[in-house]
Design a protein around this ligand. Sequence first.
Ligand SMILES: C[S@@+](CC[C@H](N)C(=O)[O-])C[C@H]1O[C@@H](n2cnc3c(N)ncnc32)[C@H](O)[C@@H]1O
Length: 257
Amino acid sequence: MTSESIPPESAAEAFGQLRAFSERIGPVYGTEDWAVFLYALVKMQAPLNVLELGTGLGVTALWVAQALKEIGAGKIWTIDNGQDWPEILGHSPELFTAGQRALDFAGYMADLIGQFGLENQLEFIGRAMPPYPAMEQKLDLLFSDFRHGPNDILAILGHFLPQMAASSSVFIDSASTSFPSYALLELLVPQLNAGKVPLMLLSVTPAEQQEALREQVRSSRYTLMHMVERKARVQNSTAWLKIEPVDLRPYPAAPFH
Ligand SMILES: C[S@@+](CC[C@H](N)C(=O)[O-])C[C@H]1O[C@@H](n2cnc3c(N)ncnc32)[C@H](O)[C@@H]1O
């Protein structure tokens, strides 16, 4: 660990340190508020298996990992090929410590994870996508934050929908404020809710996962929410696709009062 700091000793201390970190670093990718939203959601709903596509500078992954640490269970995997790291270091070196500036992207992530004491909750995977990974466990939360064109969204949903837990959420960054991506999701979700898998989605779903996708669509209801930030910057939105079993109650399931 190159950082001078020692891991926070309490949740309150971690919260303060994460706020300071993400106020400084978050604006690079515009995730300083989004990360706090996900932190709160993870604390409320305890999605224990979380996957992030596109680590950026680690802002969202750290907040999610801190929430998992506080609830005492769960893990987030975050994947990135580090392609943006040299350019960000070049134009904004003041954002990083001298020690971090000497590191490659994997080293930077290891430094952050150690600095915040999140080794048990956060795993960084340095690789390019596609191909997308097959996970060993069903995912409770997927945050895709590296490509948001209509074909990218179809490829990501075709690959990951069959890997989502019966009650889970998929978030796709920037999709709600790009008209073709917004329109694709608005066309797709009613078809899924009618129990149908459109051919364009089926054709990008791995053959061995197609039956799992059909079964999920038969037994699920999908809710699409466009979360748009009132901010004067581009890519200020996230599409939230919530998946729940067809039932007479909301999920995650809680006792009715
Ligand atoms: C918008 S940033 C992610 C921001 C991050 N989720 C956050 O919370 O701050 C997108 C990231 O995707 C990575 N990326 C872009 N194309 C990629 C690819 N084909 N494979 C893996 N990572 C990629 C970039 O290196 C960049 O770090």
